[in-house]
Design a protein around this ligand. Sequence first.
Ligand SMILES: C[S@@+](CC[C@H](N)C(=O)[O-])C[C@H]1O[C@@H](n2cnc3c(N)ncnc32)[C@H](O)[C@@H]1O
Length: 225
Amino acid sequence: MDKEKTKIRSMFNSISHRYDFLNHFFSANVDRVWRKKTVNALEKEKVERILDVACGTLDLAVDFSKRFPDADIIGVDFAEKMLERGLKKIKGKNIFPIHADGLKLPFKDECFDAVSIAFGIRNFEDMEKGLKEFRRVLKKGGVLLILEFTPNRNPLFNFYTGYFMPSLAKLFVTNGDSYKYLHRSVKEFPDGEELKKIIEKQGFRDVEFFRLPFGISLLHRGYKE
Ligand SMILES: C[S@@+](CC[C@H](N)C(=O)[O-])C[C@H]1O[C@@H](n2cnc3c(N)ncnc32)[C@H](O)[C@@H]1O
């Protein structure tokens, strides 16, 4: 599947004005619950710095900021229009958005207590390269959190994501095909066990995954050795 950077970036830039609305609408607001569960999975009392990669419109960063008001929350995304949409949510908060590529993070080694990525890694041109970057910037013992859709054979789910969502999205965004991309990219994404192995191969320990409400997304958690 073609996940060339410039195409992915322009796709997200083109839907940025409707991204939040469609996200909450298509998931009946359950995406908010998934992000809260991701924040809760970071079972540390105190952290200095959290990196949210592919942060989009900064929803997960905002949730981290509520739980860790004294930490620095850094959000990285390469689609500038997605970041712009998020700016109004972060006034006066401990959140710092940065326009950068998640495969080439502009940070020194071992400076984050946690790295998260929500619905982003599926879009990476090279997932293993991304995991290497996450590992590089994590402190020893730091936590990796990956929230992502998981392939699903349920015919109703496939009708919903493969037909209903792209058809309806066309009413709100000119690039309705981006929702066809969502369907195809989830179908081709590794399942929970496979993704766990891929993460372990990159040097993370105690990797486990949790099925989240609706059963269509998983949260993987692992630790840097
Ligand atoms: C489906 S959105 C998810 C946004 C947000 N994390 C959320 O939970 O709503 C995927 C985001 O990943 C970003 N993205 C994809 N590949 C990226 C990369 N290599 N570097 C930085 N951002 C990337 C896109 O620009 C987009 O904002």
